[in-house]
Design a protein around this ligand. Structure first.
Ligand SMILES: [Zn+2]
Length: 551
């Protein structure tokens, strides 16, 4: 029986890994590169972890799996919740393999809370609420992990405070890997997948130190450098351990959900839209929202619908602050953005959506743009102005590209995405939806955040069936079908990705033809209730703030 091992490394980029491997700093990765296939992996647009990991695990784009942000979109009025495993539309690879009768072990994969009942086991990762004890399937597994590690936290972000003690990163990685290797040994499965999360956070916090050459090194960078080296050494050791687990019929895959790049400038999109005449600020400030809403004749349902569609992220930030208020009261507060909607044709909702909505008649509560030609003309004009937009501080364009959502994505959830999507590859900008700023562009303080995601992540494969030396251009949706192929399994026909056939040996390809099977669609009834309590949402919001995803 062909088996597979997946080691996910959140945020791993070849920009760092290839030179370090060449310099001999990552000997196990060097072995993978020498004996296996590797290449870039293009992520989702925007390249954020929630939608990206779900795309890797489902083989489908966000337009199909429905995870568009850290927050749920479009489950109907009143249902505004953090995204969770229960909201993934269609099968993920753990569902497919379980249905096909194979065992899976999923350890620390983001967006796997609540853990799914699989054939095998699952330990939730990133986005597991603080203090929850039900982060394993089966439930008893938690006690066992605690027995082995002494302490275990599926998402220990609050233990990691680089300002106080960068060494907490090393401890985090050690405990996670201790649990991961125990489970691999104790419970053999057909697909074993584990994810290293710490590298992503390390890069958000210390990109300046990671990316500079020695001539630009600062004392602060040198201070964190030993921790950075120790963490990448741990990552490399984890790769080495998995190389040891290989046998004559097992393939090892390495994959990241996106790459990384420098971020040192805010792009306040709503301020820019105002400057261009697309967005108009109301004269009064906060506190006027309920009366404004009343004056505009917005119905409560209309407001909820607008929130549902427009801005899961930015508004949830405000919603969470008012834990004891009713959902409707929170929504009133949430629309306290001083925007005059009667004079606004376009707006930016949330920073992690990295896009612009048109204020469309018939869709937005106070939409003023006619669908059809007026909508299309406006989109085209704004996109044209975006790609020509120059940051005066650099003299360079700020945006790499601007796309109509349907040019990039397909599927039933495209209708909930921003009308225009922005591409910031190789550009050091973080989108901000803030309306209380004066400038379009502002520097980001290095103490706050230094790195952002880049669309090009990392892919590698090694094992007896992998052809050495092949360089491949993978897409994040190719990982699931390629793993299924390596395991000799049929591929559900709703997957968007392709089998990366070229990385396999001619012998394997001759003996294994790609087989498809009808997709099974939804695998379980979806809970309408949030998987998280209000306090848990608050705590997770703080985490997103720490990562720079929220102001
Ligand atoms: Zn990530």
């Amino acid at each position: 029986m062909s088996k597979a091992i997946l080691l996910g490394i959140d945020g791993a980029t070849l920009d760092l890994l290839l030179p370090w491997a060449e310099q001999g700093k990552l000997p196990n990765l060097s072995r993978v590169l020498a004996e296996g296939a590797h290449g870039t992996l293009s992520s989702t647009l925007p390249p954020y972890s929630a939608q990206a990991w779900v795309s890797m695990m489902t083989g489908k784009g966000p337009g199909k799996h429905g995870v568009l942000d850290f927050f749920e979109a479009g489950k109907g009025p009143g249902h505004h919740a953090f995204i969770s495993s229960a909201l993934i539309n269609g099968e993920a690879i753990w569902d497919t393999l379980s249905r096909q009768g194979l065992k899976v072990g999923m350890v620390n994969v983001p967006l796997t809370y609540p853990p799914v009942a699989v054939k095998g086991y699952m330990v939730s990762g990133f986005m597991t609420p603080k203090g929850r004890e039900d982060y394993t399937y089966p439930l008893e597994l938690r006690e066992e992990i605690l027995g082995v590690t002494g302490q275990y936290d599926p998402d220990p972000w609050d233990l990691v405070d680089p300002a106080k003690d960068v060494a907490t990163f090393e401890r985090w990685m050690d405990i996670a890997e201790q649990a991961a290797t125990y489970l691999h040994k104790q419970y053999p499965v057909d697909l074993y997948a584990s994810v290293i999360q710490a590298i992503d956070q390390l890069q958000h916090s210390f990109w300046d130190a990671l990316a500079v050459d020695s001539t630009q090194d600062t004392p602060q960078n040198q201070q964190v450098w030993s921790t950075i080296e120790a963490c990448y050494a741990r990552m490399d050791a984890a790769i080495g351990k998995r190389l040891q687990w290989l046998d004559s019929d097992t393939t090892l895959f390495l994959a990241s959900d996106h790459g990384f790049q420098r971020a040192d400038r805010w792009f306040h999109v709503n301020r820019w839209l105002a400057q261009r005449g697309y967005l108009s600020f109301a004269t009064a400030e906060r506190g006027m929202a309920p009366s404004l809403a009343a004056r505009l004749g917005w119905t409560r349902e209309g407001i909820k619908e607008w929130v549902r569609r427009m801005d899961p992220l930015g508004l949830r930030r405000l919603l969470g602050r008012f834990a004891r208020a009713s959902i409707a009261d929170r929504l009133d507060d949430a629309i306290a953005m001083p925007i005059d909607w009667t004079q606004t044709t376009a707006y930016c909702g949330s920073r992690t959506s990295e896009g612009i909505f048109i204020n469309l008649k018939g869709r937005d509560p106070q939409g003023i743009v006619e669908p059809g030609a007026q909508y299309e003309d406006l989109r085209t004009r704004i996109m044209g102005e975006l790609v020509e937009l120059i940051d005066p501080a650099t003299g360079q364009t700020a945006v790499n590209g601007a796309y109509r959502r349907e040019e990039v994505h397909s599927g039933q959830f495209v209708a909930r995405m921003p009308d225009i999507l922005l591409d910031f590859d190789d550009k050091p900008y973080l989108v901000s939806e803030s309306t209380s700023v004066r400038e379009v562009f502002e520097p980001i303080a290095a103490a706050d955040i230094q790195g952002r995601h880049h669309s090009l992540g990392t892919f590698a494969a090694v094992g007896p069936h992998i052809a050495p030396g092949v360089v491949v251009r993978a897409s994040i949706v190719d990982i699931a079908p390629t793993i299924l192929y390596a395991m000799g399994q049929p591929i559900p026909d709703d997957m968007d990705g392709r089998v990366l056939e070229e990385v396999f040996t001619p012998q394997f390809r001759n003996a294994h033809h790609i087989r498809h099977e009808p997709a099974m669609g939804l695998v379980k009834s979806r809970s309408e209730a949030s998987a998280y309590s209000q306090e848990e949402e608050e705590s997770m919001l703080q985490r997103l703030r720490d990562l720079g995803y929220l102001s």
